[in-house]
Design a protein around this ligand. Structure first.
Ligand code: NAD
Length: 246
């Protein structure tokens, strides 16, 4: 019997991805941390996990680059064997009225969220199908469900992540692979560093639980969907959002 499982997490050097990496490690997983730019932060997550007595390694790749993503996935498998869980978390945001969104900015949003998800899934899925087991958790957003003013590009991309997850869940369920999606509300990470106190307060005011979320709360939802505790759940979207969207 295989003793420890292997999770591969994209965008795991900070924010929700880093918190998810720590949580999976605390529950016995070997963790592959994929990151785009900041090797210092990625190394820090890896050392924290090793300090917990678990295995971790980091690789640098831009999720938009198909061959780079294939290559780092192959290296991760050499390190820790088959990928049991994929968490596709990497993402960017862009607040801007629609008329000010350039074709390049719109394309970057689609490339990061949709092509990035395509690339990492293409790299990981064949192994899961051949072993007839595996769990994929994608990260969308509450705005991918309901749409956000001044975030048309982001909402479009995140709605695509949900469509991707549902369709793939139907296709690969018979092969023993589950695909689910977490669609968080506003979470306290660097992604929202540019929001003013007033903007954050107005979202808190609209939220029945009266606050924004933290990365560890999203990590718990991701872990649940990845784990055997949800083995009859596939193609679903869970939205940790404090009741912002019900
Ligand atoms: P974050 O900015 O701290 O983390 C995003 C990570 O993705 C970064 O490490 C970044 O380097 C990485 N990334 C971006 N583009 C990449 C690329 N092309 N290739 C590889 N890595 C790339 O933000 P976060 O809040 O931790 O966001 C994590 C995920 O959660 C994102 O998909 C985001 O859209 C989603 N989300 C966040 C919130 C929120 O309020 N923070 C809400 C809903 C959904």
């Amino acid at each position: 019997m295989k003793e420890r499982r292997h999770v591969l997490i994209t965008g795991a050097s900070r924010g929700i991805g880093a918190e998810t990496a720590r949580l999976f490690a605390s529950r016995g997983y070997a963790v592959t941390v994929l990151y785009r730019k900041n090797s210092y932060l990625a190394d820090r997550v890896v050392s924290e996990i090793r300090g917990m007595g678990q295995e971790a390694v980091s690789f640098r790749a831009d999720m938009r680059d198909y061959s780079a993503v294939k290559s780092v996935t192959a290296q991760a498998m050499l390190e820790f064997g088959a990928v049991d869980v994929l968490v596709s978390n990497a993402g960017i945001s862009n607040f801007s009225v629609f008329q000010d969104v350039t074709p390049e900015a719109f394309q970057e949003m689609i490339d990061t969220h949709i092509m990035g998800l395509f690339n990492i899934t293409h790299a990981v899925l064949p192994g899961m199908i051949s072993r007839k087991t595996g769990s994929i958790v994608t990260v969308s957003s509450v705005w991918g469900i309901t749409g956000a003013s001044c975030e048309v590009a982001y909402s479009t991309a995140k709605a695509g992540v949900i469509g991707f997850s549902k369709a793939l869940a139907k296709e690969v369920g018979p092969s023993g692979v589950r695909v689910n999606c977490v669609a968080p509300g506003l979470i306290d990470t660097d992604m929202n560093a540019k929001l003013s106190v007033k903007e954050i307060q107005s979202i808190c005011d609209e939220t029945p639980l009266g606050r924004i979320g933290c990365a560890s709360e999203v990590a718990e939802a991701i872990y649940f969907l990845a784990s055997d505790r949800s083995e009859f759940i596939t193609g679903q979207v869970i939205s940790p959002n404090g009741g912002l969207l019900i």
